[in-house]
Design a protein around this ligand. Structure first.
Ligand SMILES: Nc1ncnc2c1ncn2[C@@H]1O[C@H](COP(=O)(O)OP(=O)(O)OP(=O)(O)O)[C@@H](O)[C@H]1O
Ligand SMILES: [Mg+2]
Length: 350
């Protein structure tokens, strides 16, 4: 009789099985160059994340055989997609690739300006006619308010998550739907048609002195896997990560192709950015200097884009308003419009 697998290995195997469901769904619906390129990208994205598991001997030892098989299966999907676009001319291929949905993680030190950057970009992408999912991966939520939503501080809605003892904190994304189906069914509506999902917050201290962490904990694995599992060619996904290196270390940005590192003028903001950059290696990273007045760039952290210090923005944020609505022409928002255009036109400085 074979030994029973530890629950966490069982969970890892189930995650891989679910990835194949996503791949099959994308393959079944694939029609046209963009769809096949998106499928190839999704296979590579899953494979890259798998690589971070495989790189650590200690993670999921009972699932390593299945991981190798899974790696080969993903390579098979990528190969199939490449065959489908083999006859397409280079220019058309490039145009289709450039039009694929953006996968952007916004990281940086606390208070650097991650939330205002994420929310404003999400809405500007949506205003440009794109389908956008904005995710708040911070247990001190703020993205919903910055998007201009009324409240919505909840975690993943009931029905979108389920228990699994092997998953982090014991909960995971429901297996009844694919990630994009979960988005379509459960994501909240934000202004300009942006769809929103979040961890939910850690509740206020109760009388007994404890706090309710359940919504946030139950949402973590689900939301990270949901974002990683969105392979649609025509959806942009933007995530506002919790400040500092812990969440990138935990690979909350696994879904991303692009990373924005927001850096403020403070020395410690630069120190955080320096620690973050190696964690997001392999992605296209853009360092943004935010809130600088006349301060020089930090040594070794030349910013490729600048958002000026903007007292009007700070004031509307203090009032809990969405900057894009409340100060649409203030200097920081003007800069963020330029940044959105760079992403939309594939002109991101690298
Ligand atoms: N360019 C700017 N000029 C002036 N104030 C700014 C600018 N960018 C952000 N702020 C202000 O700095 C504060 C922090 O911004 P924001 O919430 O976007 O940062 P954050 O990185 O998400 O912070 P946290 O780590 O706490 O989530 C807010 O009060 C915001 O209004
Ligand atoms: Mg924030």
């Amino acid at each position: 009789m074979g030994e029973e697998l530890p629950k966490r290995d069982e969970w890892a195997i189930q995650c891989m099985e679910r990835q194949l469901v996503v791949m099959d769904d994308l393959a079944d619906r694939a029609a046209g160059t963009a769809a096949w390129l998106a499928l190839e990208r999704q296979a590579n994205s899953y494979a890259r994340h798998l690589g971070t598991w495989l790189a650590k001997e200690t993670i999921f030892p009972g699932a390593r055989g299945q991981m190798a098989t899974h790696q080969a299966a993903l390579a098979g999907y990528a190969h199939r997609a490449q065959e489908q676009v083999a006859g397409v001319d280079a220019e058309e291929l490039e145009a289709a690739r450039a039009g694929l949905g953006i996968r952007l993680a916004v990281i940086g030190k606390g208070g650097a300006g991650k939330t205002v950057t994420s929310s404003t970009l999400a809405r500007l992408f949506a205003q440009a006619g794109r389908k956008v999912l904005a995710c708040d991966l911070d247990v001190n939520p703020g993205l919903a308010v910055s998007l201009g939503m009324q409240g919505d501080q909840g975690g993943m809605p009931e029905g979108s998550i389920e228990e699994h003892p092997g998953s982090i904190y014991g909960w995971q994304l429901t297996g009844d739907m694919t990630p994009i189906q979960v988005v379509e069914k459960f994501a909240s509506a934000a202004p300009d048609g942006v769809r929103f999902l979040g961890f939910g917050k850690i509740g206020p201290a109760s009388e007994g002195g404890g706090t309710d962490k359940s919504a946030a904990k139950q949402s973590v694995a689900a939301l990270v896997h949901l974002m990683l599992g969105i392979g649609e060619p025509d959806w942009d996904v933007i995530a506002d990560l919790e400040a500092g290196p812990t969440t990138p270390f935990e690979r909350y940005h696994a879904f991303s192709e692009d990373v924005v590192v927001v850096v403020g003028p403070a020395w410690r903001s630069a120190m955080t950015a320096r620690r973050l950059l190696p964690m997001v290696e392999g992605r296209r990273s853009l360092i943004i200097a935010n809130r600088f007045r006349d301060e020089p760039d930090h040594p070794g952290l030349a910013a490729r884009f600048r958002i000026p210090f903007d007292p009007e923005l700070a004031e509307v944020e203090r009032q809990g308003l969405a900057p894009l609505d409340a100060c649409p022409d203030s200097p920081a928002i003007v800069a963020l419009r330029q940044l959105a255009a760079l992403y939309l036109n594939q002109e991101v400085p690298v």
